[in-house]
Ligand binder design. Sequence first.
Ligand code: ITT
Length: 223
Amino acid sequence: MDVAVGSENPVKRRAVEQVFESATVETRAVESGVSEQPVGHTETIAGARTRARESFGTDVAFGVGLEGGVAEFTSSAERPTNGVEDDEFNRVDGLFLIMWAAVTDGKRIEIGAGPSVRLPDSIAREVVSGAELGPLLDERLETNDSASVGGRMGSDSIAERSSADNQTQSDSITESNSVNSRIGSDSIARGQGAIGVFTGGRITREGALADAVACAASHLLDD
Ligand SMILES: O=P(O)(O)OP(=O)(O)OP(=O)(O)OC[C@H]1O[C@@H](n2cnc3c(O)ncnc32)[C@H](O)[C@@H]1O
């Protein structure tokens, strides 16, 4: 069985290989049709669906699309869901990394989500201001200077979070940086991913994306 994935990112290909174990997985350069840094579930799902549709052809059994994005989570329905101003930002619970997969057999298309992790506030603010997460993390982690990375990450956390919480994040980033160095990835997005960085290497982007693919593909494979 042949499966196409709508991305040239090797971590996405390997995630698809985890799910379609006996398949030959081919990468195809396609347009996602969404911004470089999707914001919100709707845009991120749209990117995954477009990639799946665009990668599918009669020469493959399935086309797979994977898209990473960010989304705000709030604890109250009354709170704003798009708090991009600093004042509003302090009223939301945080910006989360999200990931969605879409799988199509040419007739139906199914979607599934991967795990989600809260981004440190200093990172979240830059992403909300327009920075792309992957390059931003690459820039922050290009040095192994843990004091500098940890300091910058924790310096502008919002009041609700404890310094212990922030220290844990800084430690995770430092630890994950060395994990990333060990696996020799050329960028965070092609290696352990933000999910790897912020979970201290406990979850990798490949594994997380594979979970999303499995959630989407199961509906089509179980028929
Ligand atoms: O080559 P493509 O398929 O575009 O892969 P990508 O990783 O660059 O792109 P995505 O569309 O999946 O993600 C959108 C942006 O979010 C970034 N991103 C998403 N998930 C990430 C993760 O786990 N780690 C680092 N960056 C991530 C990524 O670098 C992009 O800038």
